[in-house]
Design a protein around this ligand. Structure first.
Ligand SMILES: Nc1ncnc2c1ncn2[C@@H]1O[C@H](COP(=O)(O)OP(=O)(O)OP(=O)(O)O)[C@@H](O)[C@H]1O
Ligand SMILES: [Mg+2]
Length: 219
């Protein structure tokens, strides 16, 4: 479902950050993406999110060459991809409920149709009692769970998460990975960028390792 062929990436005329990436990621798989700071994890996630184009090579997703997509098709495809940003990117003037419901509102759905789903998901991530709170009143872990709920509410085929457990204690970060695993069991393809050794040890998922521009798999 995701295929990279000899992909390279550089920003402007800087050095090549990602070199000769060739790999396939099967639907329904679950990987950790690791590598030292500056190795290019966020850049690789941005390529997968279709918010950045490679400098060379070919990327295909859902069977289509992403370089050939027009803007409409690109936006359509992105609706099938959920992302949890490292810095959450919740909107402070909206409540937790409204933040999580936003992707559905953008699709033109009516609140009456999605209200129960959003509430159910918020209960599931343990935010049932924070539904009407605004992000500035949430703890780091609560914001993180709200960002995760927003990323999955549209039932994405692919879920990308950039250090989604970076700001919570080890116990909560393990709970969050269990939550991702639950989604994965329902069929979502997942890639989580993380540095956290305790997670890598505990979950023993296949790993994508980025180092000096090269990507290796450790299945
Ligand atoms: N918009 C940009 N313009 C120019 N260079 C960039 C840009 N974004 C990232 N870089 C550079 O690309 C390299 C990879 O950065 P990236 O953020 O992808 O790494 P990372 O593995 O996510 O790091 P971290 O673990 O610190 O989050 C770094 O050298 C960074 O300085
Ligand atoms: Mg990063």
């Amino acid at each position: 479902m995701i295929e990279f062929e000899d992909v390279g990436l550089r920003y402007g005329d800087g050095p090549e950050i990602l070199k000769d990436l060739s790999f396939r990621i099967d639907p329904g798989s679950f990987h950790f993406l690791t590598g030292p700071s500056g190795a290019g994890k966020t850049s690789l996630l941005r390529l997968l999110l279709l918010s950045l184009k490679p400098t060379r090579g070919r990327i295909s997703m859902f069977g289509e060459d992403v370089m050939r997509l027009n803007q409409d098709r690109l936006l359509q495809m992105r609706r099938h991809i959920g992302i949890v940003f490292q810095e959450f990117r919740l909107l402070d003037h909206l409540t937790t409920f409204e933040n999580v419901a936003l992707p559905l509102r953008v699709l033109g759905q009516n609140e009456a149709d999605y209200r129960d789903n959003v509430r159910e998901l918020l209960n599931w991530v343990g935010l049932g009692d924070r539904i009407d709170a605004h992000p500035p009143l949430l703890s780091g872990g609560e914001k993180q769970r709200a960002a995760i709920a927003r990323a999955v509410i549209g039932r994405p085929d692919i879920l990308l998460a950039d250090e989604p457990t970076g700001n919570v204690d080890p116990e909560l970060s393990e709970r969050l990975v269990h939550l991702f695993a639950e989604l994965n069991r329902m069929g979502t393809t997942i890639i989580i960028a993380t540095h956290e050794l305790h997670l890598l040890k505990k979950f023993r998922l296949p790993q994508m390792l980025l180092d000096q521009g090269k990507l290796t798999f450790n299945d």
